[in-house]
Design a protein around this ligand. Structure first.
Ligand SMILES: [Ca+2]
Ligand SMILES: [Ca+2]
Length: 365
C-alpha cells in the first residue's frame, strides 16, 4: 500500500504536460448570477423549470490558456424532451460576473469575446440548429451556427432527467479543446484561442450559463474534479461613478441619457453630453475598446428594428469618432428587438428597451 502511494505520487510528479493542481471546488469559489441557486452536494441549479429564466456561475479566479486543464462536471438538462429548453453553455470569458441573453441565447448570447461549448436542447431554425439535441463550439456571444467554430454535432436526447458526465479538456501544447459527454468525445477544436479569440490575452474566467424561454427545463450543474493552474484575478481600473466602474469590470451598461428621435437615429442634445464624457474617458484610457450595442422596442417589424438598432449604435460610434476616438476602438452592432430589458407591454418598458448598451471589448489590465 505504501509503495502504491509512492508510485502514484511519482506518476503525478512526472506526468508530462500536467503540472496541475487538482481542485475540489467549493460553492463559495463561484459567483452566482441571475436565477442560479445552490442545491447542495456541490450542485447549482442554473434555471428552474419556468419561462424566461437565466442563470450563470463563474469561478472567481482566472485561469491561463497557456496551461492545460481538465474539468469534470455533471450536468442535468431537465426532464422534458419535446417541450424542454433551452440548454447550457460552458464559457471562457475575460469577465466573471454576468449572464448573457435569455431564451435561445442560453445565457451566452452577447458575451464577447468568448468561447462557448453549448449543449443546446431546443431547435431554433433561424440559428441553424438541428432538430436533435446538439453540441457546438461557439464564439463571441453568437449562438448562430453560421458563425460557430465547430459543430453542431447531434447527440442523443439529453433531457432525460439524468445527470451526465461532462468533461472539458484543454491541451495547451497542441491547442486542442475537446469535450466528452458520458465518456464519449462529442466535439473538439484545434485553434490558437489566445491569439484568435482573446486578442493575445491568455487569462480568462470560466463559467456555465443557462436559460429558458417560452419553453423551459430545470437545468443544473455539479462539480466533480477540476485540474488547472490558478492565476491572479484580473485587475480592474477604478474610475469615478458607479456606472463607469461597472463598465470597467466588464459589465454591460446602458447609457441612460442616450435617446433618439422617435423612429430615427438622430441623437438628442442631452445624449451628446453623456457621450462627451465617454469620449473624455476614452482619451484618458487609450486601451479602452468599446462594443456599442443598439436595441429597440417591439413596435414595427423585426427587420426594421434590426436596421434601426444598427443605425443607432453606429450614430453613437460616429459621434465618438468626431470627438477624436479612433474607429479601431469602436465596434457597433444592433440586436433589434430580440433582447428586451423590460416588458414591451407598457410605454415606460418600451422606452427603456430603446437603448444603447456599452461594454468593453476586453478588460483593461
Ligand atoms: Ca437552440
Ligand atoms: Ca431533447
Amino acid at each position: 500500500m505504501k509503495y502504491l502511494a509512492l508510485y502514484t505520487f511519482l506518476l503525478y510528479l512526472f506526468s508530462p504536460g500536467f503540472p496541475l493542481l487538482a481542485q475540489m471546488p467549493q460553492i463559495t469559489d463561484f459567483r452566482l448570477d441571475g436565477d442560479a441557486r445552490q442545491s447542495g452536494n456541490n450542485c447549482i441549479i442554473l434555471t428552474p423549470d419556468y419561462q424566461w429564466s437565466s442563470g450563470s456561475i463563474w469561478y472567481k479566479k482566472a485561469i491561463s490558456l497557456k496551461s492545460s486543464f481538465d474539468m469534470q462536471l455533471r450536468v442535468m438538462l431537465g426532464c422534458k424532451d419535446r417541450d424542454g429548453a433551452d440548454g447550457m453553455v460552458f464559457v471562457f470569458h475575460p469577465y466573471a460576473e454576468r449572464t448573457g441573453y435569455r431564451g435561445e441565447g442560453m445565457g451566452f448570447a452577447g458575451l464577447n469575446p468568448a468561447i462557448g461549448i453549448e449543449i443546446d436542447t431546443w431547435q431554433n431554425e433561424h440559428l441553424g440548429d438541428p432538430r436533435e439535441d446538439h453540441v457546438a463550439i461557439l464564439r463571441d456571444g453568437s449562438v448562430n451556427h453560421g458563425f460557430n467554430l465547430a459543430g453542431p454535432n447531434r447527440i442523443p436526447n439529453i433531457e432525460d432527467c439524468r445527470e451526465h458526465d461532462l468533461n472539458i479538456n484543454w491541451n495547451a501544447d497542441s491547442r486542442t479543446l475537446s469535450v466528452r459527454i458520458d465518456g464519449k468525445e462529442v466535439i473538439s477544436l484545434q485553434r490558437d484561442l489566445v491569439r484568435t479569440i482573446f486578442r493575445g490575452k491568455d487569462k480568462v474566467y470560466w463559467g456555465v450559463t443557462s436559460a429558458t424561454g417560452n419553453y423551459n427545463n430545470r437545468q443544473a450543474v455539479c462539480f466533480e474534479k477540476l485540474e488547472f493552474e490558478l492565476v491572479e484575478e484580473l485587475p480592474t481600473l477604478e474610475l469615478q461613478g458607479q456606472k463607469l466602474k461597472e463598465l470597467m469590470r466588464g459589465r454591460f451598461i446602458t447609457l441612460d441619457h442616450i435617446q433618439f428621435e422617435s423612429g430615427g437615429a438622430q441623437l438628442t442634445p442631452a445624449s451628446r453630453q453623456e457621450l462627451d464624457e465617454l469620449a473624455r474617458i476614452m482619451r484618458a484610457h487609450p486601451d479602452m475598446q468599446l462594443d456599442i450595442i443598439g436595441h429597440t422596442d417591439n413596435v414595427g417589424s423585426a427587420a426594421t428594428n434590426l436596421s434601426l438598432s444598427e443605425k443607432r449604435s453606429r450614430a453613437v460610434a460616429e459621434y465618438l469618432k468626431q470627438k477624436g476616438i479612433s474607429p479601431k476602438r469602436l465596434n457597433s452592432r444592433g440586436m433589434g428587438e430580440k433582447y428586451p430589458s423590460h416588458s414591451n407591454d407598457t410605454q415606460s418598458g418600451r422606452l427603456r428597451n430603446r437603448r444603447v448598451e456599452l461594454r468593453l471589448l476586453e478588460p483593461i489590465a
